[in-house]
Design a protein around this ligand. Structure first.
Ligand code: KG4
Ligand code: ZN
Length: 393
């Protein structure tokens, strides 16, 4: 089954085309086209993501991305590319001005041969609602124009299920393997920190979540305090690595909020505030910045692990999938690997391949495949974006 997927929930505009085969426990996903434009440089100026700016950029990026994705998949005829180039210039200008899909959009797309796809998938939440709406409207328009079924995907389910498809079996082809239920999903991104239990496949129960900041958000805020650019996760991680290489005593240590509380919820705002108080009024040297980053990352790793451990005990999970932007963090990953192999050697840990840790449309196609197999299609007339969409029903 060939699925064209669209992702616009935050600051990445992405479109991917995948060929998906097999059943849930051994599905394979071949990436035929994968186009993405990151808005990070634009949002860096503000130190965070501004919804109105994200919306404008998504509107500007979608048509060029669609065309490049189809081209990569060999589904755009050359003569049409020339026509499209001129037309999509017009529509991108219109989209950027009006922030909505216009008649020009249909005009341009009617020039493009209906591609050989079976369905169109789109992220409808959670995320920035104005940004989500751009993708949802675009997907609906395509579904109508090309007469294809529409699949609505939860962004967090995309992060979770793409972590499972982490076995590369050929160029651009990934496979799901070794999945034993119950499965726990630790979802760590800029907007979310939660533990979901999946059992049976595709059915979720919320086991724990942050009561304040998301872990990625804490990284971003601490990075800002240390004068580092957005997004903060990779920057802090680099500094922490330098401190680790230097070894020796770290004069800094930060609290592990709610570590011993008898539930699986998290809190990261106290940790962030503790960093703030520590650095307030101080002239920080580079060594201080590195040591603070290390102490922060150690606190985050331990809290994430101990809460996950509690969830493992509660659910008797056999598989742990870690998904979301923070899953790119090598130190957290190493911390989990070390402790899991010592304490729960039977648990298989799944982390997305580097291509799929941040936001992307491949993960949306992967998640949509399961809904398609279950016959779960969205209504083109009524589908709405939902910024607060949750995974567990
Ligand atoms: O999933 P994602 O790309 O977007 C959302 O859905 O939010 O996650 C973005 C978050 C940002 O807060 C970013 O700082 C964090 O993921 N992040 C990291 C790393 N790479 C990205 N955090 C820690 N370590 C990293 N290597
Ligand atoms: Zn995400």
């Amino acid at each position: 089954m060939k699925i064209l997927a669209i992702e616009t929930s935050c600051d990445e505009t992405a479109i991917a085309l995948l060929e998906c085969k097999g059943d849930e426990s051994s599905a394979t996903f071949k990436i035929l086209g994968n186009s993405l434009i990151s808005q990070i440089n634009i949002h860096q100026e503000f130190g965070g993501v501004f919804p109105a700016v994200a919306k404008r950029e998504h509107a500007k990026n979608l048509v060029p991305l669609l065309l490049s994705c189809l081209e990569e998949a060999g589904m755009l005829r050359e003569d049409l590319q020339a026509i499209s180039a001129e037309l999509h210039e017009r529509i991108t200008q219109t989209l950027a001005r009006e922030f909505e899909l216009s008649a020009h959009f249909f005009e341009a797309l009617s020039e493009v041969e209906v591609p050989n796809i079976d369905a169109i998938a789109v992220t409808y939440g959670p995320g920035l609602e104005p940004a989500l709406w751009v993708g949802v409207s675009f997907a609906k328009a395509l579904a109508l124009l090309w007469d294809k079924p529409l699949i609505a995907v939860n962004h967090m389910e995309g992060h979770l299920l793409s972590a499972l498809a982490n076995e590369q079996i050929a160029d651009n082809t990934f496979k799901i393997a070794d999945i034993q239920l119950p499965l726990l999903g630790l979802l760590v991104s800029g907007g979310h920190t939660e533990i979901q239990e999946m059992n049976p496949f595709g059915t979720y129960a919320l086991i724990g979540q942050t009561r304040d900041d998301a872990v990625g958000e804490a990284y971003d805020k601490v990075a800002r305090m240390l004068g580092l650019p957005y997004p903060g996760g990779p920057e802090i991680s680099k500094l922490a690595d330098s401190a680790r290489e230097r070894a020796g005593e770290n004069p800094y240590t930060f609290p592990r909020p709610m570590l011993h509380d008898p539930h699986c919820d998290f809190s990261f705002s106290g940790l962030k505030t503790s960093v703030l108080y520590t650095i307030k009024g101080k002239e920080l040297t580079q060594t201080d910045r590195e040591n603070i980053s290390l102490a922060f990352e150690d606190a985050v790793s331990e809290v994430l692990y101990v809460k996950t451990k509690r969830a493992i005990e509660q659910t008797d999970a056999h598989t742990l999938a870690i998904g979301g932007g923070v899953s790119a963090n090598k130190n957290i990953k190493r911390y989990f690997q070390n402790r899991l192999s010592a304490e729960y050697p039977h648990i298989v840990m799944k982390i997305p391949v580097p291509l799929l840790t941040g936001d992307n449309a491949v993960m949306i196609a992967i998640a949509s495949y399961y809904h398609a197999r279950l016959g779960q299609f969205a209504d083109v007339e009524t589908l709405s974006a939902n910024g607060n969409l949750s995974l567990a029903q």
